[in-house]
Design a protein around this ligand. Structure first.
Ligand code: DC
Length: 654
């Protein structure tokens, strides 16, 4: 089943080492060039992701023989410039690298083909590439809107040679696609870049890879590129794909941001990389990060004084620059990223998406046609917990994982990282450490509230009284005239709940309700609404949003089982029913309320039964929870017991 969201607690440390997945840009170029070569190419380290899957599927459809070996290498039997299938319908998803380069190669190779993608691919411009191909005689038809995929290609008389103009300021992939395709014509042809050429490092990758497959392009700076006559691709035999430099950026940024100053290492790219995004490390260094680079590794560490904002022209690192936008949340002052207009035609409009989502966290953001300015929240306020949308854009999901160093957050549709980095969140999870959490569950009136609050105070941790959220929901529903049995209605109330916890006081929509939510009728309502799955789902992220540095003590019924299953310490705190009834009786009398021991006892038993028997998140001691029976124990003793365990497990050291 597709995972709809991932909740990240606030992270307090990062460190260790990550072996990077293969570079997407290199993988897709290597697949195409190997397919167009004569001879067999043995590709090591190819990225396994959506984008590379689209490319390899397309090549297979075109009749190219490629196979993955058991140890993850790919063997490609080249077709020496002539695809066996002269007719095919190709689906290329949202893989820009595959779409642009195959359009050029197939248009010049000849044959009848259609090329389609996902709806977003059909919104990404391709007119400049088509114009250039048409000027060479290619027969290209737009199947929907002029200037955009899907496309139909038909065999036509190609007239190579001379000089062809191509615009360079929308996507460098147009130039890259043409460069890789021109050797198929056998005639010397010069490509002249009209206007500015953006994202130049990607063109460098193209030229470098063409050279490795035997075709050397003569160039004059960034203005013109000449593909020689009678050039043809020859397999280099073995081809090793570097680690992905853009994927490295998230881990380097994590090392630079995390408060505990341990380095985070990435392996697979380094000093000798041919990818432009390795220069992300320089940008991070400008923000103050301590960077080290080796032949095929890099490491980043936080500077003693923390990071500071910069102004940077990002033309040379368009993809990794997104990581700088997220890093800016942790830099002093403002960060201004310029020359990023190409963001608007990527997987989504990345300028708009970035601005919208950064603002949800409380960042101050200014957005322009080709720039973005980011500053952390006003007055040193912490980042706000929020649910981040990812727009089917792998880089949005990966960038926003970094916000977890400042706040717990929810990332919607995390599986979109599959485009370039399918197991990103698992790898991220292995090199970061969340703030500690102590989960204390138990039945009503067991004293867990008092114990939890004191443990939290002693450790300087935050405290979550999750029962209060169910009580608040019951109260708010009653005030809104919504029946406690109306699941959708109560869940909507829970989702909108306007609450504040302030030094033991509980506020609902600006009103203090600490006593009101303890009333027996509300207690009973809380237990009813707590049995509704939609209500529990609506309150889940609200509870996880308390999981902040330096740590959290959460009390309730399902802290250990559902809300914080990763808790470093789980306590099941209980007492006999009679003792709990006595405690509740005393509490009520102390507050000047009337109480009847017999009905209290009966009420407790009923509520216990309901909390334990319900189908969702029933109250039950988890196998990894420590039982703390306080029937004959005072509060101080119980608190000391929990603190002792916390210390033993290393949860109390800040
Ligand atoms: O802990 P309490 O008595 O304040 O909780 C009020 C009600 O909310 C109780 O009937 C059980 C329910 N609850 C829950 O289902 N899950 C939690 N994590 C906390 C409370």
């Amino acid at each position: 089943m597709k995972q709809h969201f991932i909740d990240l607690p606030q992270m307090i440390a990062a460190g260790g080492s990550v072996r990077l997945p293969g570079s997407k840009s290199i993988s897709n170029r290597a697949l195409l060039l190997a397919a167009l070569s004569s001879g067999v190419t043995d590709i090591h380290g190819l990225l396994a992701s959506d984008d590379t899957a689209r490319m390899s599927e397309a090549l297979r459809t075109l009749g190219v023989d490629l196979a993955e070996t058991e140890d993850g290498r790919w063997q490609v039997q080249g077709c020496a410039g002539r695809f066996p299938a002269r007719q095919a319908d190709l689906f290329l998803g949202n893989a820009g690298t595959a779409f642009r380069s195959l359009t050029a190669a197939l248009a010049l190779a000849g044959g009848n083909y259609t090329l389609r993608g996902v709806p977003r691919m059909h919104e990404r411009p391709i007119g400049d590439l088509v114009d250039a191909l048409r000027s060479l005689g290619a027969d290209v038809t737009y199947l929907e809107s002029d200037g955009f995929p899907p496309l139909r290609l038909r065999s036509a008389a190609i007239r190579p040679g001379g000089t062809v103009d191509v615009r360079g300021n929308v996507s460098s992939q147009f130039l890259s696609g043409l460069l890789m395709a021109l050797p198929l014509t056998g005639v010397e042809t010069t490509l002249r870049v009209a206007g500015e050429l953006i994202s130049r490092p990607y063109v460098e990758i193209t030229l470098e890879l063409m050279a490795r497959f035997g075709v050397r392009v003569a160039r004059q700076g960034w203005q013109s590129f000449t593909v020689p006559a009678a050039a043809s691709y020859v397999s280099p035999g073995v081809f090793v794909v570097e680690g992905d430099a853009s994927s490295a950026s998230y881990f380097l940024a994590a090392g630079a941001i995390a408060a505990r100053r341990e380095p985070l290492w990435v392996e697979g790219v380094g000093r000798h990389s041919i990818q432009g995004d390795v220069r992300f490390a320089e940008a991070l260094a400008q923000m103050g990060a301590l960077i080290e680079t080796g032949d095929d590794w890099m490491a980043a560490r936080r500077p003693p004084q923390g990071l500071h904002g910069i102004t940077l022209d990002c033309n040379h690192i368009p993809d990794a620059a997104m990581t700088l936008a997220a890093t800016a949340l942790f830099a002093q002052g403002e960060t201004r990223l310029t020359h990023i207009a190409s963001w608007r035609v990527k997987e989504t409009d990345r300028i708009a998406a970035m601005a919208t989502e950064l603002r949800k966290l409380g960042a101050r953001v200014e957005e322009g046609d080709d720039f973005l300015t980011i500053a952390p929240p006003e007055g040193g306020h912490p980042l706000q917990a929020a649910a981040i949308d990812t727009y089917d854009d792998h880089r949005m999901a990966m960038c926003f994982s970094l916000a977890a160093f400042g706040t717990p957050l929810r990332i919607n549709d995390p599986a979109c990282t599959a485009k370039t980095f399918p197991d990103y969140f698992a790898r991220f999870g292995r090199v970061v450490a969340p703030a500690p959490v102590i989960a204390i569950d138990g039945p009503t009136a067991s004293g867990k509230g008092a114990v939890s609050a004191r443990v939290a105070r002693a450790l300087g941790f935050h405290y979550l009284d999750s029962g209060a959220l169910y009580r608040l929901t019951a109260l708010a529903a009653r005030e809104a005239g919504i029946d406690w049995a109306d699941e959708a209605g109560v869940a909507a109330v829970a989702a909108r709940l306007d609450v504040a916890f302030d030094d033991g006081e509980v506020w609902l929509a600006g009103r203090e309700v600490s006593t009101a939510i303890r009333h027996e009728s509300i207690s009973s309502g809380a237990s009813r609404v707590a049995a509704l799955p939609q209500v529990r789902a609506a309150l889940l992220f609200r509870q996880r949003a308390f999981h902040r540095a330096p740590g959290l003590v959460g009390d309730g019924r399902d802290m250990a089982s559902v809300v914080f299953p990763q808790a470093g310490l789980k306590i099941f705190l209980t007492a006999s029913t009679e003792v709990r009834a006595e405690r509740r009786y005393k509490q009520l009398i102390d507050k000047g309320m009337t109480a009847n021991m017999e009905s209290l006892l009966q009420d407790l038993q009923e509520r216990d039964a309901r909390d334990a028997a319900r189908s969702v998140a029933p109250l039950r001691q988890q196998p990894d929870a420590v039982l703390l029976d306080t029937t004959t124990m005072g509060i101080e003793e119980a608190v000391a017991f929990v603190l002792g365990l916390a210390r033993d497990r290393g949860l109390s050291a800040g």
